[in-house]
Design a protein around this ligand. Structure first.
Ligand SMILES: [Zn+2]
Length: 260
């Protein structure tokens, strides 16, 4: 199993990251994509993934952090993405729920990420919350100008944006939220995602799935999500896991699987 969205540089792992990664390995997690939220964290994340097989990273600035990245441009992102450990651009996007950065700033920074992805063709990892209309408009317009690979991460938004994203060729990633009792909207959306474009993620240390809800999340807990989804979709467990891994490598083409 690959955990397609982890935040390993988070301060909650400061004291026991090695233990967390050991449990992941013992739990059958043989790869993970560690996400960049602020450019200043690039070095820290790289130092974690650098010497580990099947550990990769992204480069980008989270929409919450847009206010501190107004100078960030696509050239800088493309330059930082030259390291072969970098396999994606983001996470980027729009979050009008928390509005921790102004809308205009989020949009500006989002567009620079898109430009980077259009240039180097690394998948754009999109976070979107309460911004369905704006997200769809920006992605549709950009895709018309110059295509790029797309991942809608931790998808909890509306069905319309989901369908529009899928029309743009997007892959869609589901997090532990899908296991929450009240997350019927998230579960209802899964039916629209073609099986060959579905990914899973923990988004750890956030969003621990049932039965770990409320705890600090970690990559090993992805097993709870995969078990839940394989049952939900009525798919044999091993087959489902293989399919998910295959989807990951078909989207993140720069990631070379060196662990089996
Ligand atoms: Zn996110």
């Amino acid at each position: 199993m690959i955990d397609t969205h982890v935040n390993l540089h988070h301060h909650l792992y400061e004291s026991d990251l090695e233990d967390v990664l050991k449990r992941a390995e013992e739990g059958g997690i043989h790869g993970m994509l560690s996400i960049c939220d602020r450019i200043e964290n690039y070095g820290k994340i790289l130092s974690i993934v650098e010497n580990r097989d099947n550990f990769w990273m992204s480069v980008g600035a989270h929409p919450h952090e847009a206010k501190d990245h107004l100078e960030l441009n696509s050239d800088k992102l493309v330059a930082l993405a030259q390291n072969k450990k970098v396999i994606g651009i983001g996470e980027t996007g729009l979050d009008f729920h928390y509005n921790l950065s102004h809308k205009e700033d989020q949009i500006k920074v989002f567009k620079e990420h898109i430009k980077a992805s259009q240039i180097n063709q690394l998948p754009l990892i999109v976070h979107t919350r309460l911004a369905d209309i704006e997200t769809a408009q920006i992605l549709e317009q950009a895709m018309k100008e110059n295509e790029f690979p797309l991942l809608m991460h931790c998808y909890t938004s509306g069905t319309e944006l989901l369908k529009k994203s899928l029309d743009l060729g997007a892959y869609v990633s589901i997090s532990g939220i899908a296991t929450f009792r009240n997350a019927t909207d998230v579960r209802d959306n899964i039916q629209y995602i073609p099986p060959n474009r579905l990914l899973v993620e923990t988004d750890c240390p956030y969003l621990a799935p049932i039965p770990k809800r409320g705890q600090r999340n970690e990559p090993e807990f992805i097993n709870h999500l995969v078990n839940y989804l394989s049952e939900f979709l009525g798919k044999p467990h091993d087959e489902f896991k293989e399919e998910l891994d295959k989807n990951f490598f078909s989207l993140f083409k720069r990631a070379v699987n060196v662990v089996q």
